[in-house]
Every structure is written in C-alpha cells, then in structure tokens.
Design a protein around this ligand. Structure first.
Ligand SMILES: [Fe+2]
Length: 339
C-alpha cells in the first residue's frame, strides 16, 4: 500500500473495533458532560476528581466497553466513542492559531469528555516539554509547519509512531477528541496494531525485534528540532508476551544497530503499511489508542488557516501515577523528566 501524501489511507474502520455509540444519550447522560464544574486550567485536580465521579454515572455499556478495553484491549488496540456531547456554540469558536489554548472557548465540555473517559482507563498526565505541560492539548495545523513530523503538520503524512517511545513514562493510552474535522474531510487518523502486523513477520525477524538492537530518537516536540535520528535510548521493538507483544516503534526516528536488525525493522515497516487502517474523526468523536499495542499517524490534508481548520484535543493517560512520581512535583500531573 502506498502511503504517499497524495494517496491518504482510505480504508474504513475495521469491523472488529468496538465502537461505543453515544449518540443516543438521554438528557441525564448529556448533562453529566455538559453541567458546569471546576475550571480544568485553574482547579485542575478538582476538575479531574469531579470528572472521575461523573464518569461513575455514565451508562453501563460505556463503562463496560472502557473496562474491557483497559483489561483486554482488542485486536486493533483502539476504541472509538462516537457522538459525545460538545461545547455549546462550538460551531462559532475559532480553531486556535498556533495550537495554543483557545481564549474563545469558555466552556470545558471537550476537556470533560477527555477527563471522564480517561479516568476509566487510568490517570491523565502531561509532559513539561509538550504544549507547556497542558493536560488538554490543542492539535491544529500550524502555518510554517506543514511538512514537519509533529501535530502541527498537515501536508505531509504523519508517520507511524508510538507516542513518546523514547520516554521512560510513556502513556499507556492516548486520547484524541475531535472538535472539528478538516474542511475537505479527508484527514484520517491512521493506526496499526502489532496484533495485525505480527503474523506477517518471519520467526527470524520477530526474534531480532525482541532484542535491544534499536535506537530511537527524541521527538521534534521534545526539542529535537533537527529531527536527528538515534539520539534516544536503545530498546527492543517488541517486548512482553512473544505471542501477544507490546510495541516500541517510531517510523521516523528509530534506527537499528546492525544490518540484520535493520532488515527486521524494514519488514515491520512493510507489515504496518499493509495492515494499517484509518478513521476520519468527526465532531464529538473520541478515539482511545492503546499506546503499547498500536502505533498511530495521520494522513495529509490541506489547511486553510481561516479559523476553521481541523481541531483535536489530546490527552495522555498512564495506568500508574506512582511510576513517574520522582519526576513530578507533589500534587501535579506534569512529568518533568529531562532529556
Ligand atoms: Fe502522536
């Protein structure tokens, strides 16, 4: 399959992905998300506690789907919640320029969707190097960054990666909430799970991928502005259960230490190009990605910079806050590991 920018992924979402359809929520359920509460940017911890308590009251089918996803994941390593409530008047709010926090958006329904859904999977965290350590990060095309491998890019395909693969406290889940699709509705969030890619790899390649023969790089957004390859830690690409492994992978920044290991990495790249799928997120859709099993990317699209470009909000979720405690300030969610 050709993944050049002129040929974005066109496959529809696979049928074995568990979709959680929230479009039939009644008024009581809608109000769980819509009713005002603490300010997520000023009373962050109170906001998160409030959201977690509200999430306890979500319909049973939503809680059950999130529980199954947390415990067992699924072959695609994604869960899509469709049609969650959105901020009132969102239609008239401009997509923030430079992907900064929106000053026009004065309600916090999208933040509540992320925090409520995230609370069933773990705990929201952020990273000091990304977007000022905001827990709710605005993703939108940024003028001048069209071809950069970062969330501000647009006209180049965003290559497949595990989120912050180089980081000792990488998130177990990545949440993307769509406030606004792109004008042409062609932008797809692409994803590929190791579950689907593994059967395409030979035993020899699998064995190499399980060995620490791969050096990854630090992300552009963490300060690697020259996108230097191989300035990060050496890792195995596959780890965990040999029949159901987890995946460390970054198509852009990872390189092998030996020619044989590079062959295996190339085989994995080809397998991912064969099994990947894409989903066009619409307003009110929240995509949960299992960051240990599934790599993600984005097809290319054309921004207009007219205030109504594609706009997502993103949050990161870890299952155990304690692991990063040494690199966080007391009572804060911001992980401050230095690189
Ligand atoms: Fe990403």
């Amino acid at each position: 399959m050709n993944l050049t920018p002129s040929q974005p992924a066109s496959q529809s979402i696979s049928t074995d992905v568990r979709l959680v359809d929230c479009r039939g929520f009644d008024e009581v359920n809608m109000n769980l998300f819509l009713a005002p509460g603490p300010n997520p940017y000023q009373d962050t911890e109170e906001f998160l506690f409030d959201c977690e308590m509200r999430a306890d009251e979500m319909p049973r089918f939503v809680r059950r789907a999130l529980l199954e996803f947390q415990v067992r994941s699924n072959p695609d390593g994604i869960l899509l919640l469709k049609g969650l409530p959105i901020d009132p008047g969102l239609y008239y709010v401009h997509t923030p320029l430079n992907a900064q926090r929106s000053q026009e958006k004065t309600t916090f329904v999208s933040e509540r969707c992320l925090a409520m859904i995230g609370s069933r999977l773990g705990h929201l965290v952020s990273y000091i190097q990304e977007k000022n350590g905001d827990l709710f990060q605005n993703l939108a095309p940024v003028k001048g960054q069209e071809t950069i491998q970062s969330s501000g890019g647009s006209q180049t395909r965003l290559q497949f990666h595990r989120e912050t693969v180089f980081h000792p406290y990488a998130p177990e889940y990545l949440l993307l909430f769509c406030l606004r699709p792109d004008h042409d509705r062609i932008a797809e969030t692409t994803y590929a799970s190791i579950t689907h890619a593994l059967p395409l790899l030979s035993a020899e390649h699998r064995s190499l991928l399980f060995q620490p023969l791969y050096r990854t790089g630090i992300d552009y957004s963490f300060g690697n502005l020259q996108t230097v390859k191989g300035n990060g830690p050496v890792l195995p690409v596959l780890y965990g259960n040999p029949d159901d492994p987890f995946l460390n992978y970054d198509e852009d920044l990872m390189e092998a230490l030996t020619p044989e290991a590079q062959d295996a990495l190339d085989a994995l790249k080809a397998a991912i190009a064969q099994v990947y799928r894409g989903v066009k997120l619409d307003t009110g859709d929240l995509l949960c990605i299992d960051n240990r099993r599934t790599v993600h990317g984005r097809s290319s699209f054309t921004p207009r910079y007219d205030g109504f470009d594609r706009w997502l909000q993103r949050s990161f979720v870890v299952r155990d806050l304690g692991e990063s405690a040494g690199d966080r300030h007391l009572g804060e969610r911001v992980i401050r590991t230095a690189f």
